[in-house]
Design a binder for this molecule. Structure first.
Ligand code: 13P
Length: 252
């Protein structure tokens, strides 16, 4: 089984100066060997994080977004080759905040995922239902549709394997984490779609959970079968707390 992965998604926090300071503080943290750790700063701080890492390869670098064209007249956008130049390993696509505030759709997320794989960056396709969809009994239906539409033409394996992050919208930043039972049900549904689309290669896709994960509940998630890692927002903003979260994620 591949190592589990924890990605820190800082969202719109920390410009280049604060991001550099975070990395220097985090480098003092002891991390479990059999864990992959990545940090996703805002675009403007990616270069500063890369510089503060020096020769260190942990944490790996992730981006919070990308545009799907490789170059051209797209004012304000950042392309996959630009991320590749900085040694970015993972990139989120279709995060619920981008779907809600910036018009991201299953189709744009899919185009971004394909463009990322073309330059060797692993897409992390984020999916999840709203509180209304869960209340109305449509959670599984919504997430299944997001996954089916988002993975068309996306490869499961290779240099830049697909990742999926199940993040129920109502659990994000709310302190109301999803129960391991409900996550397992959703992850099984996602795995079913992956097996149908990719056959045996489906096992190359890591399926993460995100939504109010912290240092106290991480172990329960990471020891729930079918959960291959976590996407962490609020609890990643403090480097020492995020270090504790990483250590707490694995039984040593
Ligand atoms: P929180 O950990 O703050 O709930 O955010 C989760 C998230 O959206 C990570 O992408």
């Amino acid at each position: 089984m591949e190592k589990k992965l924890i990605i820190a998604n800082w969202k719109m926090h920390y410009g280049p100066i604060k991001a550099g300071a975070w990395i220097r503080a985090f480098r003092r943290e002891r991390l479990p060997k059999d864990l992959d750790v990545a940090v996703a700063p805002p675009f403007i701080s990616l270069a500063s994080v890369r510089a503060s890492l020096g020769r260190a390869s942990i944490p790996a670098l992730a981006s919070q977004d990308v545009y799907w064209e490789m170059e051209g007249k797209f004012t304000g956008e950042v392309s996959p080759p630009m991320l590749e130049e900085l040694g970015i390993q993972y990139c989120l696509v279709g995060h619920s905040e981008r779907r809600k505030h910036f018009g991201e759709t299953n189709e744009t997320a899919r185009k971004k995922a394909i463009a990322l794989q073309a330059v060797g960056i692993s897409p992390v396709l984020c999916v999840g239902e709203t509180v209304v969809e869960r209340r109305d009994g449509n959670a599984l239906k919504t997430v299944r549709a997001q996954v089916r539409a988002g993975i068309k033409g996306v490869k499961p394996d290779g240099k830049a394997p697909l990742h999926i992050a199940y993040e129920p919208v109502w659990a994000i930043g709310s302190g109301r984490a999803c129960s391991p039972h409900d996550i397992r049900e959703m992850h099984e549904a996602i795995r079913g779609i992956l097996r149908k689309a990719y056959g045996a290669k489906a096992s190359d896709v890591r399926v993460l959970y995100g939504g109010s994960v912290d240092e106290h509940n991480i172990l329960e998630y990471m020891t729930t079968s079918g959960i291959d890692g976590a996407l962490v927002g609020t609890a990643s903003l403090d480097p020492a707390a995020f270090g504790r979260l990483c250590r707490a994620s694995i039984v040593t």
